[in-house]
Design a protein around this ligand. Structure first.
Ligand code: CP
Length: 312
């Protein structure tokens, strides 16, 4: 027995689970929404979406909530203290119960995606990973939506990333690996690298499509060309680092005006929130080559594409 009727819902838990074709479909649909080419309001009519954020969020939470409302769904928002998870109910039991009542659940937890994966064999309730400790898949989908919208294509683009190897970088590597003839060079501080297993997986996937994904710690290896310079906040969701001297290790990885001047015409991207003076100089993020607020807006358009793909 179930209060919901369909048995064909899909999930976005890890980008590893999406085929290149499915990824492209979501990106292209996000561009259509962003360009204002889609009539909205019927796609998720009569659907109920839960939005549960255990961790802070401005963009992702608002993007998925507004996306669901604009596509005709009704939304239940759960804050970090609202569910019985707080009093000891397991995530497994919570997901079991919610799947009998909701059509979809967008959730940001502090946990590994394993618990979400364990739930992926049910198709009653779509699950969308709005960021786990090791992957931020909907960020990468929104980013590639922005990049393809800006440049018209993905093939041939070269990206330089400076900063921590975190869940956004992992997702970016996994997403780019699905497309042909791209190049991304991640420059991360020593000991703050991308998860080696996920990086290796992305590199092997990319190689099949002539896409190169590399990680360096030595800034002398910065490439001569870049179409995009990307960074993220050094303290993801405000978390602190155990090493009291971590800032010293990160400082050389700041995206400066001087660095941007070496890449004429390169655009600047940042998943936000930003800390001006840490990972990026104010003149860069507030400069003419920065597209960070279009990038942020596209999270909402990409969220519509994700929800439609999962639940329509
Ligand atoms: N980029 C991003 O995920 O932003 P929020 O943490 O505000 O959702």
């Amino acid at each position: 027995m179930s209060l919901i009727s369909t048995n064909s819902r899909k999930h976005v838990i890890s980008l590893k689970d999406l085929s290149p074709q499915e990824t492209l479909e979501i990106i292209n649909r996000g561009i259509e929404y962003s360009n204002g080419n889609v009539e909205q309001g019927y796609q998720l009519k009569n659907k109920v979406l839960g939005v549960y954020f255990k961790k802070t969020s401005t963009r992702t939470r608002t993007a998925f909530t507004t996306a669901a409302l604009r596509l005709g769904a009704q939304v239940i928002a759960y804050g970090p203290n609202d569910l019985q998870l707080n009093t000891g109910e397991t995530m497994g039991d919570t997901l079991q119960v919610l799947s009998r009542m909701l059509d979809g659940l967008v959730l940001r937890t502090a946990e590994s995606p394993k618990i979400l994966k364990a739930f992926a064999n049910q198709k009653k309730m779509s699950i969308v990973n709005a960021m786990t400790e090791d992957e931020h898949p909907t960020q990468a989908l929104a980013d590639l939506t922005t990049i393809k919208q800006y440049f018209g294509e993905l093939s041939g683009l070269e990206i330089v990333y400076l900063g921590e190897g975190n869940n956004t970088t992992t997702a970016l590597a996994l997403a780019i690996a699905k497309f042909s003839n791209m190049k991304i060079n991640f420059f991360t501080p020593p000991n703050y690298n991308i998860d080696p297993m996920l990086l290796k997986y992305a590199q092997e996937e990319g190689k099949k499509r002539n896409t190169t994904i590399k990680e360096f710690h030595d800034l002398r290896k910065l490439p001569k060309n870049a179409d995009i310079v990307y960074t993220t906040r050094w303290q993801t969701t405000g978390t602190t680092k155990p090493d009291p001297n971590w800032r010293k290790v990160f400082e050389p990885f700041t995206v400066t005006e001087e660095l941007m001047n070496t890449y004429t015409d390169a655009i600047f991207m940042h998943d936000l929130p930003a800390h001006r003076g840490d990972e990026v100089e104010a003149s860069v993020i507030d400069g003419v080559n920065s597209i960070v607020f279009n990038q942020a807006e596209n999270k909402a358009h990409s969220a519509k594409a994700v929800l439609e793909w999962c639940m329509h």
